[in-house]
Ligand binder design. Structure first.
Ligand code: ADP
Ligand code: ZN
Ligand code: ZN
Length: 727
C-alpha cells in the first residue's frame, strides 16, 4: 500500500504519513486532504513511499487527492526544502504558506476561464486526438472538439455559447496540452517604439543577454534615473522570445501600478501577472495558476512571489535589491532576494539585482568577484543631470518650526518657477512624542517600551508598534505639570508650517496614515503627475522609485538621528534612503537640487551624498564593519524568544546558551532584551550567534534547532532568524 508523506501547516519539523491506495509517484506535489486529529487539513504530497515508521493502527488514510491543479514541480519543492533547511523553519509551514489562500483550503478550486478575451486554439497534440477515445455519450466533448477543429480560434464567449459546461472541459484540455491559449491581440495597438539605449544600457543588456543560459548573479548598479527599467525590459524581451518566463521582484505594493503599466505597454502580446498583498484570494489564485500553467510570461510581485511556480523560468530580476521589505519579519523569516539567487542557481539562469545603492552584502560579493557587476553612471534622459546636493548647517541657520531660511527661500524659488518640491522627513504624526518640559517624562506605551506618537487632530496618543491607543493626559503623570509639549517634528507639523508660509501652495502629505486606503497611492501619484500639488510632505514611503518629472527640489529634515544610532545598519539605510529621495529630483528636463538640514554637515555620509559617491562610502562602511566584526564579514543568526514573563524568556535563552558550550568557530553572545523589549504584552529578548563561516553556522543551527525543539518545559515562543536585519 503506498504511503504518502504530506507537508502540513503544523509547527512541527516533520512530514505526516498517510495511506493512499491509488497514489503513485506522479502525485508528488499534488494537494491532498487528510484527517488530522478531529480536523481535516489540506497539505501537499512531498513523497510517495512504501513503508513508514508510524505503527499500523495509527496510520490513517487520505480523504482525497485534489487533481484539478497540476502538481507543484520538483524545482519548486527543492526551493521549499532549501528554504526550510536554511531558515530552520518546518517544511510543511514553508510549503503551505507559499500557496495562495484558496489552495490552502479544504476545497477543490474551480478553474474558470480567467481572461475573457483569450483565444483558444487546438494544439498540434489536440489535432491528433483520437476521437474514438472520447466516450460517444459525451456529446459536448465531441461538439467542442469539432468546433475547435473547424475554426481558427474560439474566444471565451464562443465557448460559453456552446455550453456553460464547455469552460470546464476546455480548461482540462488546456492542462492536457490539447488546447493553447493565445492572449487577445488588438491589431489597433502598434508595437511601441523602443527608446534608443544609452551606451551604458546597451553594454549592460549585451553582456547579460549573452549569458542568459547560465547562472550568474548580476549587480546592476545604476544611479536613479539611469534607466535600469529599460535594461530589465530588454532582457525580459529576450527571455520571452525564447519562450521563457521572467520573474520580477519589487519591494513595495505602491510601486506596482506604475511598473505594471510600463510592462503591459511594452509586452502587449504577453500575459503579465502581478502578485502582491493587495489582491483578493481569487485574483491571487488566478495569477498563480497562470504562472504555473506557463501562460504568464512575466510575473511581477512582492517578496512572496519568489515562491511562484514558473515551469519555464528564464530570468529573475530583483529591483531595489537592498530594500528591507524583501526580508520577511515574522514567521518564516526569509529573504526573497537570497532565495531568488538560490532559485536562479538551481534553474541555471541569471538573476539581476538592480539598485542605485546596492546592499553592502551584494557590494561585498562584487568586490569578492562572487557577483558580476554592471554600472550605469549617467542618467538616461539627455541633459538630465544628477541633482545638486547641499547641506544647510543648522548650527548657524536656526530653523523655525522645522524650516530654515535657506530652505524656505529655495521653496519660494521652486514655486515661482511652477515646479514641485518634496519635503522629506523620516517620521510621521504631528509630533512623535509627548514630553513634559519640567520633569522630562515622555508618554510610553503600556504594552511596549516604545514611545507613543502624538496625533493632535483627535487628541490621541498611539503606539506605532502594537496599535495601542489612549487619550492625552491632562497633566504630567509624574510631576503634575500641565504644560505638556509635543516634541519633535513630524510631517503634519511641517505641513502646518508650510501652509502658513506658503498660503497659496497646494500641499499634500504622504505617509502611512494617508496611504492606508486602497488605491490611495494611485490617486496621489496621479495628482502629482497632473501637477495638482505644489509641495509634497512625506515620509520614507516617498523615497521609492517614483518618477515625478516636474519635481525640482527636495528638502530633507531630521535625518541626523540615524547618524549616531546603535543599529550598525542605520548609516547604510540613511544613505540609501537619501540617495533615493535625492533621485526624485530633476528626473526629467529640469535639474534638481537637494537640501539637507543638518547639524553635522561634515559627516562622511553627507559628504559622500554631496558627491553622489556610493563607492567611497560603501568602502568606508565596509572597513568599519570588518573592524567591528559585523556582517558581511560574519554570518549571524538570532534566537528570538517571547513570553508573558521576562524571567521565562531569559531562563529559556540561558538554557539555549548552555546548549552551545564548547563550540569552535561559533561566537555566542549573552541574551539581551529586544529593541522593542515589550510588544503586544509580550516580553521579548534574543540571543545572537555568529560565525565567520556560513557553513559552520548552518551546521550549528541545525543541531541547536533540534535541541531547542526538544525543550518542552518552557512556555516560550521562539524562532530563529537567519541573516537578521533588525534586532
Ligand atoms: P532607474 O530605475 O534606473 O532609476 P528609470 O528606469 O526609471 O531609472 O528611467 C528613468 C527615466 O529615463 C524614465 O523616464 C525612462 O523612461 C527614461 N529612459 C530610460 N532609458 C532611456 C533611453 N535609453 N532613452 C531615453 N529615455 C530613457
Ligand atoms: Zn512632568
Ligand atoms: Zn505598544
Amino acid at each position: 500500500m503506498p504511503i504518502l508523506r504530506v507537508a502540513l501547516n503544523i509547527p512541527l519539523d516533520t512530514l505526516f504519513d498517510y495511506i493512499a491506495p491509488n497514489a503513485c509517484e506522479a502525485d508528488i506535489g499534488l494537494r491532498v486532504c487528510v484527517p488530522f486529529g478531529k480536523k481535516k487539513l489540506t497539505g501537499v504530497i512531498l513523497e510517495v513511499c512504501s513503508d513508514t515508521e508510524v505503527p499500523p493502527e495509527k496510520l490513517k488514510s487520505v480523504i482525497c487527492i485534489f487533481r484539478e491543479t497540476p502538481p507543484l514541480s520538483a524545482e519548486l519543492l527543492a526551493l521549499f526544502s532549501f528554504c526550510s533547511d536554511y531558515y530552520h523553519h518546518p517544511l510543511g509551514m514553508v510549503v503551505m504558506n507559499s500557496l495562495p489562500g484558496k489552495l490552502r483550503n479544504n476545497k477543490p478550486v474551480s478553474l474558470k476561464v480567467h481572461v475573457n478575451r483569450d483565444q483558444f486554439v487546438l494544439s498540434a497534440a489536440g489535432r491528433q486526438v483520437d476521437t474514438s477515445t472520447i466516450p460517444a455519450r459525451n456529446t459536448l466533448m465531441h461538439r467542442l472538439l469539432a468546433t475547435l477543429k473547424s475554426t481558427p480560434s474560439l474566444n471565451a464567449r464562443d465557448v460559453r455559447k456552446i455550453s456553460p459546461r464547455a469552460d470546464h472541459i476546455l480548461q482540462d484540455w488546456v492542462r492536457k496540452g490539447w488546447v493553447d491559449i493565445i492572449p487577445e491581440t488588438d491589431p489597433a495597438v502598434a508595437t511601441p517604439a523602443l527608446p534608443e539605449l544609452t551606451s551604458e544600457q546597451s553594454t549592460a543588456v549585451g553582456v547579460i543577454a549573452a549569458k542568459l543560459d547560465r547562472f550568474d548573479t548580476w549587480v546592476l548598479h545604476g544611479v536613479t534615473g539611469s534607466g535600469k527599467t529599460e535594461v530589465y525590459l530588454r532582457l525580459i524581451a529576450q527571455t520571452l522570445s525564447k519562450g521563457k518566463q521572467a520573474l520580477v521582484l519589487i519591494p513595495e505594493i505602491s510601486l506596482t501600478p506604475q511598473l505594471e503599466s510600463v510592462f503591459r505597454e511594452r509586452f502587449i502580446m504577453t500575459r503579465i501577472v502581478s502578485l502582491h498583498s493587495g489582491l483578493n484570494d481569487s485574483e491571487r489564485l488566478s495569477g498563480w495558476l497562470q504562472a504555473q500553467q506557463g501562460e504568464a510570461g512575466v510575473v511581477l510581485g512582492t517578496r512572496l512571489a519568489v515562491f511562484t511556480p514558473l515551469p519555464k523560468l528564464g530570468l529573475i530580476i530583483v529591483d531595489e535589491e537592498q530594500d528591507s521589505s524583501f526580508k520577511q519579519q515574522d514567521g518564516l523569516r526569509y529573504s526573497a532576494r537570497d532565495l531568488a539567487i538560490f532559485r536562479a542557481s538551481q534553474a541555471h539562469i541569471p538573476v539581476v539585482l538592480g539598485s542605485a545603492t546596492p546592499s553592502l552584502e551584494s557590494y561585498y560579493n562584487v568586490l569578492n568577484d562572487r557577483y558580476r557587476y554592471l554600472r550605469l553612471k549617467n542618467r538616461a534622459i539627455k541633459n538630465a543631470v544628477l541633482p545638486q546636493v547641499k547641506c544647510i548647517d543648522l548650527r548657524s541657520e536656526k530653523p523655525l518650526n522645522g524650516l530654515s531660511i535657506p530652505l524656505i527661500k529655495a521653496i519660494d524659488a521652486c514655486l515661482a518657477h511652477r515646479q514641485q518640491c518634496l519635503i522629506f522627513i523620516n517620521r510621521r504624526g504631528y509630533a512623535p512624542v509627548l514630553l513634559c518640559k519640567s520633569c522630562g517624562w515622555t508618554a510610553v506605551c503600556q504594552r511596549c517600551t516604545s514611545r507613543l506618537v502624538v496625533h493632535l487632530q483627535d487628541k490621541k496618543l498611539s503606539c506605532h508598534h502594537c496599535g495601542y491607543l489612549e487619550s492625552f493626559p491632562h497633566a504630567c503623570p509624574q510631576c503634575g505639570d500641565q504644560d505638556m509639549m509635543p516634541f519633535g517634528r513630524g510631517t503634519q507639523r511641517v505641513e502646518e508650517a508650510l501652509a502658513i508660509r506658503f498660503p497659496s501652495a497646494r500641499i499634500l502629505r504622504i505617509d502611512r496614515d494617508s496611504t492606508r486606503r486602497k488605491n490611495a497611492w494611485q490617486a496621489i501619484l496621479r495628482s502629482v503627475h497632473q501637477h495638482e500639488v505644489d509641495i509634497l510632505v512625506g515620509t520614507q514611503l516617498l523615497a521609492k522609485g517614483h518618477d515625478f518629472p516636474n519635481l525640482s527640489l527636495v528638502g530633507i529634515l531630521g535625518s541626523d538621528i540615524s547618524l549616531y544610532s546603535t543599529d550598525f545598519r542605520a548609516g547604510e539605510r540613511l544613505f540609501t534612503q537619501l540617495m533615493q529621495v535625492a533621485g526624485r529630483a530633476g528626473r526629467a528636463k529640469i535639474s534638481g537640487s537637494v537640501l539637507i538640514q543638518t547639524e553635522f554637515p561634515n559627516h562622511p555620509l553627507y559628504q559622500a551624498l554631496q558627491r553622489h559617491d556610493y563607492d567611497v562610502l560603501a568602502k568606508t562602511i565596509l572597513a568599519e564593519r570588518k573592524m567591528a566584526g559585523f556582517p558581511p564579514y560574519v554570518y549571524q543568526a538570532l534566537l528570538r524568544a517571547e513570553a508573558h514573563s521576562l524571567k521565562k524568556v531569559l531562563d529559556f535563552l540561558d538554557t539555549a546558551h548552555k546548549l552551545t558550550q564548547s563550540l569552535t568557530g561559533i561566537e555566542v553572545f549573552d541574551p539581551v532584551p529586544a529593541h522593542m523589549a515589550r510588544l503586544k504584552g509580550m516580553e521579548r529578548a534574543h540571543l545572537l550567534v555568529q560565525s565567520g563561516s556560513r557553513k559552520k553556522l548552518q551546521i550549528f543551527l541545525a543541531q541547536w534547532y533540534k535541541q531547542l525543539s526538544a525543550l518542552t518545559a518552557h512556555k516560550v515562543r521562539w524562532s530563529l532568524d537567519v541573516d537578521p536585519i533588525e534586532f
